[in-house]
Structure formats: C-alpha cells, structure tokens
Unconditional design. Structure first.
Lengths: 346, 299
C-alpha cells in the first residue's frame, strides 16, 4: 500500500489526489457508480440522487460550521429559499440553467443578511439567531400563500437543459452527479486556499486571526454567503427532482438532519460531509425496512416508525459527539493509517 | 377613546400576561440550567411536555389524587433530569460549545421521539384542577386557569429568588456559575450542583408543562413552546432570573397585541413570528439582553 511517497515537484505537492493508487480508487468508484446507475433499480438511484443533493447541502453547512466555526441551526432556511426561488423562477418561464445559479445567488444574498449578526455574536447567540431565521423562513413558507402556495406547497417543473428533460431518476443522476463533483472540487480547493485558511483561523481563535491581519468582516460574511449558496443550489436541485415542494421539506428537523450529517461525517472535513450526507440519507431508508421486520415480532411498533426514526437520530447525534467527535472521517482515517503500513504496523 | 377600545386593549394585555407567565415559567427552567452549568438546553420544551404527560398518566391511569400526582411528577422528572445529566452531559465538561449545543439538540429530537412513541398523537385534555367558569370583572374576562398561572408564576419567582439568595445549594449554584474551578477548590461538589440544577430545572419545566397543557391541549407538539421561549430568555438575558420572567411576560403581551392590532391589517400570520423578529432585533442591539452579564473577552 501507499507509504513513504516522495514528492519531487510543487505540482505533486498540491495535487488533490496524491498518489496513483488514490486516483485509481476514485476512478474505480466513479465507474462502479455509473455502472450501477445504468443497471440499478429506480429506488436505489433515487437514494443516490438524494445523497448527492444532500452532499452539496452538507458541504455548504460544513464550510460555515465546521471550517469557520459559526454554528448555524437554520440551514433548511437556505434550502427553502433556493428551492422556492428556483420553483417560482422556472414557473415564470425562466430556463433551469439560469434559475439554478440564480437561486444559489438569491440564497447567498439572504445568507449575507443572516451573517451580519455573526459579526457581533458568537457561539450560542449565533446558534439562537440562525435558529430563529430557520423558524421564520418555515413560517413564511407556510403562510405566504400567494408566493409559496402555503401548506399545500407548489408543483415544480422538471429540470431541462438545452431541450433535454431530466425527469426520471436515472436521467436526473446525470445532472446531479457532475454538479456534486463540481461542488466537492470547489469546496476542497476553497478550504486549502486563502479564504479557507482564513476561515479555519477564525474558527480556532477569531481575535488571534484578526491580529494577524484577517479581515473578520469579509471572511465571516463570505463564509455565510458560500454556505448559503451551496444550500440554495441543493434546495433548487431538490425542488426540481421531487417536482413538488412544501414547508415540510424545510422544517426544523431538516436543519437538524443537516447538522447531524456534518457531526456524523466529521466537522471541518470535506470527505466527512460526503460520508455524513450518504449515511444520513441511507439511514432513514434502512429504517423503512424496520416495519417489515417488526410486523411479526412486535406489530404494535409498526406505525410508530416516525418516532423510532426521531429517537435514532437523537441517539446518533449524541453518541457521535460523545464517543467519536471526529465523526466517520476520523474512523476512516484510522482505518487508512492502519492499512498503510500493513502488515508491518510498527 | 371609547370604553370599548380601552377594555379591548386591557383584555389583550391580560391574555398576554397569562400566556407570558407560562413562557416565564418555561424560561425559568432554561435559566436555572444555564446559570449553573452554562448549557443552553434546546430540549427544554421536550422536558416541559414530558412533565405534563407524566402528570397526566399519573392522574388518569393511576388515579392518584392531584396533589400527589404533582409531587410524584416532580420526583420522577428530577430523577430523569439527573440521569440525562449523568449520561449525556457529564462526559462533555470542558468540551467546546458546539458539542454541548449539538447534544441538547440531539436530546430534544430523542425526547420528541420518546414522547411520541409512548404517548401517541391523540389530542388530550389535561384534567382541570381549578374551576372552569370564567371570572368577569368590569367587562374584562379572565379564566381561573389563567389567573392560577399568573399566581403560580409569582410564587415560583419569589421561591426561586429566595432559593438562590439564601439556601446553601442556591448559593453554591451561583458560585459554580461564576467560576467552576474556584468553587471546586472551595469544597463545592460541582458534580452535585450540575445534577441538582438539572433536577430543579426539570421540576420547573413540569410545572410549566402542566400549566400550559391546562390552558391549551396536551399533545407532543406542545414542546414547540421550548422554541417560543428562546426569545423570552434572550430578551431577559440568558443568566438572569428576573430577566427570564420579565422577558416571558413582555413577549407574551407583545405577541397578543400584535395578534390583536397588527395581524388584521396584514392578513394574519405575524403573531407567530413576532417573538423571533424581536429576538433578532435584540441580538443586533443588545445580545446580552436586559439583565444578562455582558461578556467581555480578554485577549
């Protein structure tokens, strides 16, 4: 396996995929994924698509909370803004290709506004403010009937680019997959360049960061903007994929789900956001199998499945924070280190 | 101004006072935990509902007399809260704020599931323990339960004030809040203080839950009050007991006034988010609230 690789040029040192082995693994993974999508059943592709959308959203939240250290408990609000603006814009005849980035930018604009208190507030206070923001957005989605369709929600046109309509699960994958890869590339390059390093400095100690010349005003706000841009894009994609959105898609629970993703995956880690998004998307689907298992042994629990879901969510969040604060990413790293020198582990 | 306008205004204020006192009681629970252990408990609303449900089952299914049901509820809630503190929050002492906040968020989801699983989603009515005939004075109407709420809140505030000022545990709690290390060195068991603050908070929460479900209904969604109380706590200052009370009452009254006067003008829906708009405004102007201690950071 990989050990003692020698770097002889600067471009090797800054490469995202460091060794041929990693490149081969990623290549193999992509090929397997594409192959699976071509032959797989509708339901599995549906889950893959949801996981890809969640990856974009959780990347955004991780940039803000994991890398910049600004606790945001209202991420679903940004998803909602992206989803509704995209739905309304395409409803008025704007092509999807314009509406998608536009909804990201609208969401980023709101993100800037929400970010303004962060210049003054820290930690707990910021968490409460973003919480209030999420609540207000959900309430607006519920009660601003003329714009959002109220509690019934609104139907959304399927995404179409240059006349190709992405209205099936399989075709949508080919829309969302490149976008997710783009988001991951953008995110991982961002966090190892100047803005990313500034964000990490702010997370670790904002006063120290300011002393060494990092403009807090600029970088905190930019973190909010980028995070909500990602959230907006994820929301827009979700709207066009499900072809229907309502306030329930953006409830407080969704915000908590996104927080759970980055906690479970690993705070301050790009790979962690992907792990978390995939894990938290698959988990509820696995839980849906539970009623079938319980039907024989314990029929009383079958229709209580939503509550069991909540209990497991809560437990997973708490247990990960207490026992594995680094999340799945830390576990992954331990496994990698173990195998790197195998069988000579010393 | 005609008499009717004035009496309408006073009626709105009265209703606001009653709702505000419930907010105040729940807010009190927040502040007790925050004061002693610096944990902002996102699960306070769920504790509130849990208390109300436990009391309900004691009265309806075990047929306990109301007063014993209340007392037993307090004991059970205190035990549950101490367990929660031992299991989930003890390992987090000294961990970053984010971890603590996330564990309370996880706890709130967890308790929500537990309540839903064990109690179901039928709408229940809490057995009334005061008469249901409204009292009317000079054209103003107030129901006895609202009046009881206001009275209980007042009593609780006085009790809490006395507790924190004169009792040994209360003084120890304030000491721990002020400086954990120093109070540890002075021979205070910080462990026990954390446990007892959670227990006290859970008891206050169950009082809030019982009052709230008597005024409205008993349902797992009652726990949303935890969210509505955030603005009250922040308005008062996170670590101030008089602040929590005043914050709760102000939010209750303003909410009712907005519902009565502004909602008809804009077509409704503003009442529910008034509190949060106030919250964001406070955050911008005076984040430490009316009475909270201002945090000054040293480099």
């Amino acid at each position: 396996m990989r050990s003692g690789d020698l770097k002889t040029s600067y471009s090797e040192d800054i490469a995202l995929l460091e060794t041929p082995f990693v490149k081969a693994c990623i290549g193999l993974f992509v090929i397997l994924l594409l192959g699976f999508v071509l032959v797989g059943d509708k339901y599995s592709i549906y889950i893959i698509n949801l996981a890809a959308i969640a990856t974009i959203g959780s990347l955004g939240l991780n940039l803000l909370t994991g890398f910049t250290g600004q606790i945001a408990v209202g991420h679903a609000g940004f998803l909602a803004i992206g989803a509704y603006s995209s739905a309304i814009l395409t409803g008025h005849g704007l092509p999807f290709l314009v509406a998608l980035p536009l909804s990201g930018f609208i969401s980023a604009g709101v993100g800037l506004l929400v970010g303004i208190p962060s210049l003054k507030l820290k930690g707990l206070y910021l968490a409460i403010t973003t919480f209030a923001f999420g609540f207000i957005v959900e309430h607006l989605a519920n009660s601003w009937d003329s714009l959002t369709g109220g509690a019934q929600g609104i139907a959304v046109n399927p995404a179409s680019v240059f006349g190709i309509c992405f209205d099936t699960d399989r075709s949508f994958f080919f829309l969302v997959f490149p976008l997710t890869v783009l988001a991951i590339l953008f995110g991982s390059n961002l966090v190892r360049s100047k803005p990313g390093r500034a964000w990490i400095a702010i997370r670790d100690r904002d006063i120290a960061a300011e002393t060494i010349g990092i403009d807090l005003y600029h970088y905190k706000l930019s973190s909010f903007a980028v995070s909500s841009f990602f959230g907006g894009i994820a929301g827009s994609l979700m709207a066009h994929y499900l072809q229907y959105i309502g306030p329930t898609h953006f409830s407080l629970l969704v915000s908590i789900q996104y927080l759970a993703m980055i906690v479970v995956g690993g705070l301050g880690s790009i790979l962690g956001s992907i792990f978390g998004a995939v894990f938290m998307t698959i988990l509820p689907e696995l839980l849906k199998l539970l009623p079938d298992l319980l039907r024989h042994s314990c029929p009383a629990l079958v229709d209580k499945f939503a509550d069991i879901n909540l209990i497991l969510y809560g437990l997973i969040i708490m247990l990960f924070i207490i026992f594995e604060p680094g999340g799945l990413n830390a576990i992954w790293n331990r496994i990698k280190v173990y195998w790197r020198m195998w069988p000579y582990t010393h | 101004m005609s008499w009717e306008t004035i009496s309408n205004f006073v009626q709105l204020i009265l209703n606001g006072l009653a709702v505000g006192s419930v907010y105040a009681v729940v807010a009190l629970g927040f502040v007790i935990i925050y004061k002693a252990s610096d944990v902002f408990n996102f699960a306070q609303g769920e504790l509130t509902t849990l208390g109300a449900f436990i009391c309900y089952f004691l009265i309806i299914h075990l047929q306990l007399p109301i007063i014993w049901a209340f007392l037993l509820t307090f004991v059970l809630m205190a035990v549950i809260a101490i367990l929660i503190e031992e299991v989930f929050f003890r390992p987090l002492v000294g961990e970053p704020l984010f971890s603590v906040i996330m564990v309370t968020v996880g706890l709130s989801v967890f308790l929500k599931g537990v309540i839903g699983l064990s109690c179901g989603y039928t709408i229940r009515k809490f057995p009334s323990f005061v008469s249901e005939n409204p009292i009317s004075v000079a054209g103003l109407v107030i129901s006895p339960i609202h009046l009881t709420t206001i009275i209980i809140t007042t009593i609780l505030v006085i009790l809490c004030a006395l507790f924190f000022k004169y009792s040994m545990t209360g003084i120890a709690m304030r000491a721990v809040a002020n400086d954990q290390d120093a109070s540890f060195l002075m021979g205070i068991s910080v462990r026990r203080i954390f446990g007892s603050s959670w227990a006290a908070s859970a008891i206050v929460a169950s009082i809030g839950g019982i009052l709230l479900s008597s005024i409205t209904i008993l349902h797992p969604s009652t726990s949303a009050v935890g969210i509505k109380v955030f603005p009250a706590v922040v308005l008062g200052g996170l670590d101030s007991i008089p602040g929590a009370i005043l914050g709760g009452i102000i939010i209750g009254v303003v909410e009712n006034l907005v519902g009565g006067y502004i909602d008809p003008l804009v077509g409704g829906g503003l009442k529910e988010i008034t509190a949060f708009l106030i919250l964001i405004a406070i955050m911008m102007i005076r984040p430490y609230g009316l009475f909270g201690k201002e945090e000054i950071e040293r480099v």
